[in-house]
Design a protein around this ligand. Structure first.
Ligand SMILES: CC(C)(COP(=O)(O)OP(=O)(O)OC[C@H]1O[C@@H](n2cnc3c(N)ncnc32)[C@H](O)[C@@H]1OP(=O)(O)O)[C@@H](O)C(=O)NCCC(=O)NCCS
Length: 158
């Protein structure tokens, strides 16, 4: 893949972000959820592939994390379905983990749908451990609900 850039997300990115969000997620965030996160100062980043010469760059993914006192929570991460399985989510998370450590945040938490096998595989590969379960946390189709797995990784300096 060509050169990648991880850049702070801004309101101007939201049309592109929402287009991927709609394609990637079972229950996509709304524009308001993204703007609330930006307003709250959450860590929100876009991953872009630089275009050749004068060609525009392309948004391929993004993440949103909420920093706490000594931990950080991953609220959203998505990669454009056409660009998945190239290590991009892993790249984003590694940068976020480094940045968290640099701010003395020693743990990263996340919640994931129990049925979201790709995301669970990603987190397991990156040494996140399941530390809890929230029963019937996420809405599903036809009034059904599904569990959230709570996962955590202790961040340590290499
Ligand atoms: C989960 C998601 C972010 C992964 O993005 P990605 O860029 O495709 O992931 P990566 O290429 O970095 O994958 C790294 C590893 O995760 C695992 N993995 C990722 N996607 C997988 C899949 N579809 N099936 C099985 N394992 C998968 C693999 O171990 C993979 O390593 P490998 O390709 O060498 O086998 C992407 O599938 C996505 O955007 N899903 C929709 C949104 C979502 O569910 N977000 C998470 C909410 S908690």
């Amino acid at each position: 893949m060509s050169e990648l850039r991880l850049l702070p997300m801004a309101v101007i990115d939201l049309d592109e972000v929402l287009a991927i969000e709609q394609r990637a997620h079972m229950a996509p965030w709304t524009q308001v959820q993204f703007t609330d996160s930006l307003d709250a100062g959450h860590w929100a980043y876009t991953l872009r592939v630089l275009g050749a010469e004068d060609a525009p760059d392309t948004l391929v993914g993004y993440c949103v994390l909420m920093p706490g006192v000594d931990e950080i929570s991953l609220l959203n991460i998505a990669i454009d379905p056409s660009q998945q399985r190239q290590g991009l989510a892993q790249k984003i998370l590694l940068v976020m983990e480094d940045q968290a450590l640099a701010k003395s945040l020693s743990k990263i938490f996340l919640e994931v749908r129990a049925s979201n096998a790709p995301a669970i595989s990603l987190y397991q590969k990156m040494n996140y451990q399941q530390v809890g379960i929230r029963k019937a946390y996420y809405p599903m189709h036809e009034g059904q609900r599904e569990d959230a797995l709570v996962m955590m990784k202790e961040l340590v300096r290499a």
